[in-house]
Design a protein around this ligand. Structure first.
Ligand SMILES: [Zn+2]
Length: 257
C-alpha cells in the first residue's frame, strides 16, 4: 500500500513537496496527525516525525499548521518557522487557508471529510493549502485564497495548478435543506433525495476555481470519497465523529531547481 496519496501533475514538479497522508494501522491512532482532538500529544508528534522522515525533505524544512475554524480567513506565511507542529499554542490562529512563497515551508491542512485544496503557482512560485468544509465552501474560501495569491504575489489564476484531495463525496454527503439552500445554484453538484440532499463539495470547489479563472485542465480531482474509502482515510461521518485526521500538505523545496 502506498504511504501517501499524491497528485499526478504535482508529482512532475521538482520544486514541490506535496502529499496527502493515509491511515496506517501500524502507527499510533492509525496515523492520525491532529493535536487538537484529544489524543496523547507525544504520540501524535511521533506520528508527525514519522511523516517528516517519509517525506524526505531537507533538514531545515518547517511545517505550519492552523487552528482551523471553518472560516474564510486566510493567512500569508512570511517567516520560515514551525507553527503548531509540536504544540497547538503556536499554531496559526483562527484561519482556514495558508499561503506562502517561502521555500522550505510546508503548509498543512487536517481533515476527515472536509475538502482539502492544494494550490501551486509555478510562475510566481507560490503555494497554498485550503480547508473547505461546507461553511468554507459557502464563504468561497478557495476563490478568496486564489485572490490573495494574486494580490500579494501577483499570481495569475490561469497559471495556478490545483489539487482537490480526498473528501466526502456526493455518494455519502447527505445534508438538510438548511445547508443545501446555499448551493442550489450549483445544479450539477446537488441532488434532492426526499427531504434531504446529496451534496458534492469537491465539485463545487472545482466550479468556484473555474469561475476564479483556473483552467479546467489545471484542476486535478482525487475523486476519492473518504466515507467510501474509510480504510485509508479518516471520515468523521462514516466513523461516527472519529477524532482521527489526515493531513494534506504542500510546500517548495529549499534547493532552487
Ligand atoms: Zn462515498
Amino acid at each position: 500500500m502506498q504511504a501517501f496519496y499524491q497528485f499526478d501533475h504535482y508529482s512532475k514538479e521538482k520544486t514541490l513537496i506535496h502529499a496527502v497522508s493515509k491511515k496506517n494501522f501500524g502507527e499510533e491512532y492509525a496515523f492520525s496527525l491532529a493535536l487538537h482532538t484529544g489524543e496523547t500529544q507525544e504520540r501524535i508528534i511521533a506520528n508527525r516525525e514519522s511523516l517528516v522522515r517519509q517525506l524526505s525533505v531537507e533538514e531545515k524544512t518547517v511545517f505550519v499548521t492552523a487552528n482551523q475554524i471553518h472560516s474564510d480567513h486566510i493567512v500569508v506565511i512570511d517567516k520560515k518557522e514551525m507553527r503548531g507542529w509540536h504544540d497547538l499554542k503556536d499554531a496559526v490562529q483562527e484561519c482556514d487557508a495558508l499561503v506562502t512563497n517561502q521555500r522550505g515551508v510546508v503548509l498543512t491542512i487536517l481533515t476527515a471529510d472536509c475538502v482539502p485544496v492544494l494550490l501551486y503557482d509555478p510562475v510566481k512560485r507560490v503555494v497554498a493549502a485550503v480547508h473547505a468544509g461546507w461553511k468554507g465552501t459557502q464563504a468561497d474560501i478557495t476563490t478568496r485564497t486564489i485572490g490573495a495569491m494574486g494580490v500579494r504575489f501577483g499570481s495569475d489564476p490561469s497559471d495556478i495548478l490545483a489539487g482537490v484531495a480526498p473528501a466526502i463525496g456526493r455518494c455519502c454527503y447527505e445534508v438538510g435543506e438548511d445547508v443545501a439552500l446555499y448551493f442550489l445554484n450549483y445544479s450539477d453538484a446537488i441532488e434532492q433525495c426526499g427531504e434531504k440532499y446529496m451534496l458534492d463539495l469537491p465539485q463545487i470547489n472545482r466550479r468556484q476555481m473555474i469561475l476564479a479563472g483556473l483552467l479546467d485542465a489545471h484542476i486535478e480531482m482525487s475523486g476519492i470519497c473518504t466515507a467510501c474509502e474509510v480504510e485509508e482515510y479518516f471520515s468523521y461521518r462514516k466513523e461516527d465523529g472519529c477524532s482521527g485526521r489526515f493531513m494534506s500538505m504542500i510546500g517548495m523545496h529549499m534547493k532552487k531547481e
